[in-house]
Design a binder for this molecule. Structure first.
Ligand SMILES: [Fe+2]
Length: 285
């Protein structure tokens, strides 16, 4: 297996590996590349949902989901991310729309996810890219004054806040009770690299112990900083691409650089759970 770095800032292509087969022998090198590059992709894969599930399981336990597809069904563990409506036609306003905004998957959970994996089934003739921002490099590039200012800050992450501000579909009371806000440190320490990174994105509703406006302005400033071109890797999808990344130090978003109403974009997705002990680590521990 070859590891071909895309960076800086991040990302690498794996060649000479078929993720639908027994990759036990190659996993140590895959895990090493994952720690170093944060995002890996393999072209030309032919993956059933079972293959995707089995390959993702090599990184940890698989997450279940609360979100619903265009037909109203709760996502299965391996599920579709598409721009299709309930009739299967391309839609300019798909049921799941929030993936077009910067986020780390499941940051609104008490234990957010470790890794997300996507496999491209159908892609538009052009565009439909996904962008990834490196929050470790973004943190390192902050000036000393800003690092001192944000040291020790805690942030509320709220699924309900995201629904209100991004999708325009405020959650029902039942949904609110099922997904209460959680608190995470603004700076997280990566358990494998020991490096600090920002932990921000669309679920951030406020900074604790700070006036609401001031906290939201600071979060916007940090997001604008972290999503500058020098911190971004853009994945240009081809059919058969298998892409997986580290949610602990990256944020990502899909890009609307294609006509959502005209072309199909169909990806299969699975998410690997994080571990509770990673969340509690503060920069000083
Ligand atoms: Fe996502």
């Amino acid at each position: 297996m070859e590891v071909i770095a895309c960076g800086p800032p991040l990302g690498a292509e794996l060649r000479g590996i078929d993720a639908s087969t027994d990759v036990s022998q190659q996993m140590p090198d895959v895990l090493d590349a994952f720690t170093r590059h944060h995002l890996l992709f393999i072209r030309g894969q032919q993956m059933t949902d079972q293959h995707i599930y089995e390959f993702a399981s090599r990184f940890g336990h698989i997450e279940s989901h609360k979100n619903r597809d265009a037909t109203g069904n709760v996502f299965s563990v391996v599920h579709g991310i598409t721009n299709l409506d309930a009739e299967g036609k391309p839609s300019r306003k798909p049921a799941v729309y929030e993936n077009y905004f910067w986020h780390s998957d499941k940051a609104h959970e008490a234990v957010p996810s470790l890794l997300t994996m996507l496999c491209a089934v159908e892609v538009p003739p052009e565009g439909g890219d996904t962008e990834f921002a490196d929050l470790t490099r973004a943190y390192a590039a902050l000036d000393a004054g800003t690092k001192a200012k944000i040291d020790g800050l805690r942030v509320e992450h709220s699924w309900g806040y995201m629904r209100e501000t991004i999708t325009g579909r405020p959650p029902t009371e039942e949904e609110r009770l099922k997904s209460p806000p959680v608190i995470h440190p603004l700076i997280r320490v990566h358990p494998d690299t020991g490096e600090k990174s920002l932990y921000i994105g669309m679920y951030c509703s406020r900074i604790l112990d700070m006036p609401l406006d001031e906290g939201q302005a600071l979060l916007k400033t940090l997001t604008d900083h972290a999503t500058q071109p020098q911190f971004i890797h853009t994945h240009k999808w081809r059919q058969g691409d298998l892409v997986f990344w580290d949610n602990r130090c990256l944020i990502h978003r899909a890009i609307q650089n294609f006509d959502l109403g005209a072309h199909r974009r169909v990806l299969r997705r699975v998410v690997v759970k994080g571990k509770p002990e990673w969340i509690g680590r503060s920069p000083s521990s």
